[in-house]
Design a protein around this ligand. Structure first.
Ligand SMILES: Cc1ncsc1CCOP(=O)(O)O
Ligand SMILES: C=C1C=NC(C)=NC1=N
Ligand SMILES: [Mg+2]
Length: 218
């Protein structure tokens, strides 16, 4: 669990739909250079065919492997196995977490989305290694994101699942908002557009790291 916990502090998520003007491989390279600690490949309504998705996934997977960054895949357990991913992230409408755990085996990372203490508890019982809680704030990166639930939702969930289970906050998170998500009890922040659409992904990642380490000039 500690491996997962440490890796969650700056969790970058991206698919080709999140990099309209840049090569996703370059964006990931710059984000790694800026200090992300975990990556999730999330192709969503991107228009890529599965062959192209696999090809891009292999390039991103290779980058993560070269830099020792955990590589996870969103939703698609089959794609995760094809890409020899370190893990998979699934939401409440995806395949049941207990079934996914059987497919990926005990050694891969299983992340599950949760918005309520009940969903968080169930994810833990189903064998999740961490939960993603959000949307913290409003977001344009997920069409069907619910209403923002804010960092308080993490505090509520903490009361239910205790202080040890890894939680990452997600949804509309910027460097400046990072402290409030962490103070609410998150082990890290999951980010799409504040890094992928920043124009300078390495600089954006670096700013997140400054706020995470509390080393910003306030
Ligand atoms: C995948 C996901 N799940 C809840 S919000 C969200 C999108 C987060 O993207 P951004 O960091 O750009 O708000
Ligand atoms: C919806 C999501 C929630 N949390 C995380 C970490 N990834 C996702 N794709
Ligand atoms: Mg999903």
């Amino acid at each position: 669990m500690s491996f997962v916990k440490n890796s969650l502090s700056l969790y970058f998520i991206m698919g080709s739909q999140d990099c309209p003007h840049q090569d996703p491989v370059r964006v990931l390279e710059q984000a790694i250079n800026g200090g992300i600690t975990c990556f999730q490949y999330r192709e969503k309504n991107s228009g890529l065919h599965m062959h192209q998705t696999v090809l891009l996934g292999k390039k991103l997977r290779r980058l993560c492997r070269e830099h020792g960054i955990p590589f996870l895949v969103n939703d698609r357990v089959d794609l995760a196995l094809i890409l020899e991913a370190d893990g998979v992230h699934i939401g409440q409408e995806d395949l049941p977490a207990s079934e996914v755990r059987k497919i990926i085996g005990p050694d891969r990372i299983l992340g599950v989305s949760a918005e309520t203490p009940a969903e968080a508890e169930q994810a833990m019982l189903d064998g999740a290694d961490y939960i993603g809680v959000g949307p913290m704030y409003s977001t344009l990166s997920k069409k069907d994101a619910g209403e923002p639930i804010g960092p308080d939702a993490i505090q509520q969930i903490r009361r239910q699942i205790g202080s040890d289970f890894p939680i990452v906050g997600i949804g509309g998170i910027t460097p400046e908002r990072t402290p409030q998500v962490m103070e609410a009890g998150a082990d890290g922040v999951a980010v799409i557009s504040a890094i992928s659409k920043s124009g300078e992904p390495s600089e954006a990642a670096r700013r997140f790291r400054q706020y995470l380490s509390g080393s910003t000039k306030l």
